[in-house]
Write a protein that binds this ligand. Structure first.
Ligand code: 13P
Length: 235
């Protein structure tokens, strides 16, 4: 299973270093064999000693240049980072990234051979408008994306479930993941209010290949528990 932590705009570099060191102790002592990903805040990236994969939450599709406030591939290369999150709802809805910009970013990092965690998901009004409208909305997020890219991981994150404590029912997650699996064979994660008390049930669902965790992952013990839960499900 893939268990990923999106630390968003949290944890300084020092705190992230402590977090990853604690996580590493857990990974080494527990002997769990899961694919663990950590996405620290950009200014908290560093050369961490860890068996987890450290990725970037964002990067401008450039090596370097005049893009004030952005970072480029040179900045990721400094830390050997080869994994990126693209299409997160907070970048789509709060930072205003368009589908076209996201598709261009995808293409750029695909050419460089990055592992791409690509996020899709519908806002509440699309879900409430019924399944046809909701699926049409999600379908559009697949346009311009190479769904056969071998280093692709998709994360289904309903916007209304992110940071709200709300989650779709297990039945809903299973149904939508089954539909999304028809669009791409890539591993498919669920994200949106995954917590210690629901992670195991969600990961046990058909067509759920792991979880992308936000706020609950900020507590390393909770994140470690989810990794242990994934291990139990596979043993
Ligand atoms: P929460 O787990 O805080 O709902 O965030 C999910 C998310 O956005 C992960 O990318």
């Amino acid at each position: 299973m893939i268990i990923a932590a999106n630390l968003k705009t949290n944890l300084t570099r020092v705190q992230t270093g402590e977090y990853i060191a604690n996580l590493e102790t857990f990974l080494q002592t527990s002997g769990v064999k899961q694919d663990v990903y950590i996405f620290p805040a950009i200014s908290s990236l560093d050369s961490f000693q860890t068996s987890a994969c450290v990725g970037a939450q964002n990067c401008y599709p450039t090596k370097n240049g005049a893009f004030t406030g952005e970072i480029g591939v040179d900045h990721l290369d400094e830390f050997g980072i080869k994994t990126i999150l693209i299409g997160h709802s907070e970048r789509r809805h709060i930072l205003g990234e368009t589908k076209e910009q996201i598709a261009a970013k995808f293409e750029y990092f695909k050419k460089l051979g990055y592992t791409i965690v690509y996020c899709v998901g519908e806002p509440l009004e699309k879900r409430e408008a019924g399944e046809a409208v909701m699926m049409e909305y999600i379908d559009a997020q697949y346009k311009g994306i190479d769904t056969a890219y071998e280093k692709l991981i998709i994360a289904y994150e309903p916007v209304w479930a992110i940071g709200t404590g709300l989650t779709p029912s297990s039945e809903d997650i299973k149904n939508i993941h089954t539909k999304l699996k028809e669009k791409s064979n890539a591993p498919l994660l669920y994200g949106g209010s995954v917590k210690v008390n629901n992670a195991k049930e969600i990961m046990a669902l058909e067509n759920v290949d792991g979880v992308l965790v936000g706020s609950a992952a900020l507590h390393v013990e909770d994140f470690a528990q989810m990794i242990a839960d994934a291990q139990h499900l596979e043993s």
